[in-house]
Design a binder for this molecule. Structure first.
Ligand code: GZL
Length: 327
């Protein structure tokens, strides 16, 4: 008897869930916008950029009245894949995610396609043969960020008047879009300039601790033979600076320091003169994400790629009136 009651209760619960889902499909909000449930897989909390990005997405979901299911993958691709599968099972209206690396997404994105759930890439990109596995990408042009960093260095070399500037690079997460593109853009910008020589590139995984480790290794290996540090994000730069000072050098003077992101902490250090250039990479992608998700829910077509406008902050400018950065 008990078994029968339990089975009946289970069937009732399942029926309730299906009705609720069905009901969710029908409900619309007062102002005519469809109700929307967005599943977002965030890759981690590795930097103030990432934390600012997460905060902005949460705030904008609130502002736009969008239901947000956010999962933090803590830097693991397998956690992101599991999160995407849970969004598919829950039948969210739109899936968005910031892929920690570019490869390895085809299987799960084919499942999303099979389920008829549109996918938005946020911040980073993927490599796939099947371009219809995602609808659009919202995020920075990382190649341009790297290129701007290289362009700044060429201008800096003109002011320093040295015959040779030897460069070390601390890169972001291996095989991530920002790492690959910031590296390529920088190299293309400095190509052909005989004064600029790449000594070595070391992976710092966008982390403060790894940035410090990389800088210790590079200083032990090259000593006073380093003229420029090109770091793919502020966290690794913040890790590297104390190591440079501990080795007896003055960052921003003995070594040119070039960074990317533009969070408040790094901007303050740029104003102190210990960083020479920061290429902005804004984490404020939430509004564009919410507007794009709503447009997809309304059945509209959207831009394939949306890049935010980004600036370069450097010791060539007066930064005294720069407003607070918000991350
Ligand atoms: C860039 C973003 C990078 C930041 C890092 O859009 O993917 O990841 O530059 C963050 O700070 O870890």
């Amino acid at each position: 008897m008990k078994g029968k009651i339990r089975l009946a209760a289970l069937l009732l619960a399942l029926l309730g869930l299906l009705c609720a889902c069905g009901a969710r499909e029908e409900e619309t909000r007062e102002q005519g916008e469809p109700s929307l449930l967005l599943g977002f897989s965030q890759l981690g909390s590795e930097s103030s950029w990432r934390i600012g990005n997460t905060r902005d997405i949460e705030q904008k979901a609130e502002e736009y009245g969008i239901g947000l299911m956010m999962e933090n993958a803590n830097q693991k691709q397998e956690n992101q894949i599991a999160a995407l599968r849970s969004f598919i099972a829950y039948r969210v209206d739109v899936i968005a995610f910031s892929p920690i690396v570019e490869e390895g997404w085809d299987h799960v994105l084919k499942e999303a396609r099979q389920a008829g759930i549109p996918v938005i890439l946020v911040d980073r990109d993927i490599v796939t043969e099947e371009q219809d596995l995602y609808v659009c990408k919202i995020g920075a042009d990382f190649y341009q960020e790297g290129f701007q960093a290289g362009e700044y260095l060429r201008r800096k070399a003109d002011t320093l008047g040295k015959e040779k500037l030897r460069i070390v690079e601390i890169t972001g997460t291996e095989d991530s879009t920002p790492m690959r593109q910031r590296q390529a853009g920088f190299r293309d910008a400095i190509a052909g300039d005989e004064r600029l020589e790449m000594l070595e590139s070391v992976n710092g995984d966008f982390l403060i601790s790894r940035g410090a480790e990389c800088m210790r290794y590079l200083l032990e290996k090259y000593g006073d033979g380093i003229d420029v540090v090109y770091s793919h994000n502020d966290e690794m730069t913040l890790g590297a600076l104390p190591e440079i000072e501990r080795a007896g050098f003055v960052p921003g003077k003995d070594l040119v320091i070039i960074s990317i992101d533009g969070g408040q902490k790094a901007i303050d250090i740029l104003k102190e003169g210990k960083i020479n250039c920061i290429v902005e990479c804004t984490p404020m992608l939430g509004s564009t994400l919410m507007e794009t998700a709503l447009a997809l829910k309304r059945g509209e077509t959207v831009e394939r790629e949306t890049h935010p406008v980004e600036k370069v902050f450097s010791d060539e400018q007066d930064l005294s009136s720069l407003p607070p950065r918000g991350y």
